[in-house]
Design a binder for this molecule. Structure first.
Ligand SMILES: [Mn+2]
Length: 328
């Protein structure tokens, strides 16, 4: 079986390494954070020297996760950081790990574990399972298959990662196996209510009010099939909020019955704009994200551009209209 062979090769590469780097895509999401922390626990249990370095702000939503303080920002790395092995999780290509790339040298072997359909197999070993809901699902399956004793903390971070990457067990990618593995994680101590509340029901009052403001300004086009939202710097200041607190906002673009495509525009410092795209059914928003150098999945994708919010908004509006019209 190919999976078992991959597991064995992964273990061999780990055994041959003294110093191991774990990383993921910049501005890590729940899957990135949970998968990294789970891998960290596994390698620690094997007695390895291991460090996690990431680039970019991580949402406050994940800071409650056990072991979160083990994730270091790339700015804290010194020239002395040398790694025999890098385990890159949930990142479809090496550019997406950002500046962490600078910690790799020609001697560093790379294990790539991912579930993105556009993964380009950049590793010396690639465990890419497109049918998996999340990278954490791949890891959970692996840990059970190889007999790694999953403790409560590891179960918690894996469960949180699967929960968030499936949109709370809602996306198409949620299969029977996803639920079975989540169930096994509950058996190992993951607490569904506590984890879900800590991630999704932990807004500050300012965030709740700002959410109301953003929703009040929703724009619907193409007979209500496309919904667009925006968060500007001015609004953030007014409500005393941080941009990274609004990772869940894109989901609101699809809460309306007829809306099948959504876009959330966030104003970034330095005249840049982050665009998050969402869709229902077979409408593929990753094609739109690719137009601007981004990536993602069929139903969830995104990109950052060096353009003012109002300018990129007009362009994306046309792209999304085209996407909806082509599907009629
Ligand atoms: Mn993922």
């Amino acid at each position: 079986m190919k999976l078992m062979a991959d597991y064995k090769n992964i273990r061999d590469m780990i055994d041959e390494s003294n110093s191991i780097l774990i990383t993921s895509h910049y501005s890590g999401d729940g899957d990135a954070v949970g998968s990294q922390l789970a891998m960290f626990n596994y390698l620690k249990q094997l007695g390895k020297n291991v460090e996690i370095y990431d680039e970019g702000e991580i949402s406050f939503q994940y800071k409650f996760l056990p072991g979160f303080s083990n994730i270091k920002d790339i700015s804290e790395a010194t020239g002395e950081n040398k790694f025999d092995l890098a385990i890159v999780l949930d990142s479809s290509n090496l550019d997406r790990i950002g500046k962490v790339k600078e910690l790799l040298d020609s001697q560093t072997k790379i294990i790539n574990i991912d579930h993105h359909p556009d993964d380009d197999h950049f590793g010396d070993l690639n465990l890419v399972v497109q049918s998996a809901s999340s990278t954490a699902e791949i890891l959970t399956q692996m840990f059970f298959d190889i007999g790694f004793e999953i403790d409560k903390d590891t179960a918690t971070v894996l469960y949180a990662a699967i929960l968030t990457d499936t949109g709370r067990f809602r996306y198409e990618s949620t299969g029977r196996r996803t639920m079975e593995l989540a169930g096994l994680l509950i058996e190992r101590g993951a607490a569904p209510r506590k984890i879900c509340d800590s991630i999704y029901f932990a807004n500050s009052p300012g965030m709740t009010r700002l959410t109301g403001k953003v929703l009040n300004n929703a724009e619907f086009i193409a007979d209500g099939k496309v919904c667009m939202l925006e968060i500007t710097n001015q609004l953030l200041k007014e409500y005393d909020c941080n941009l990274e607190d609004f990772v869940g906002m894109a989901a609101y673009t699809l809460t309306t019955k007829d809306a099948v495509v959504g876009a959330l525009f966030k104003e970034l410092p330095g005249g840049k704009t982050e665009v998050s795209l969402r869709s229902k059914n077979i409408l593929n928003v990753s094609n739109v994200a690719h137009l601007y150098g981004g990536g993602g999945h069929c139903n969830a994708a995104g990109f950052v551009v060096d353009m003012q919010l109002k300018d990129i908004r007009l362009k994306v509006m046309d792209n999304l209209k085209g996407l909806v019209n082509a599907s009629v």
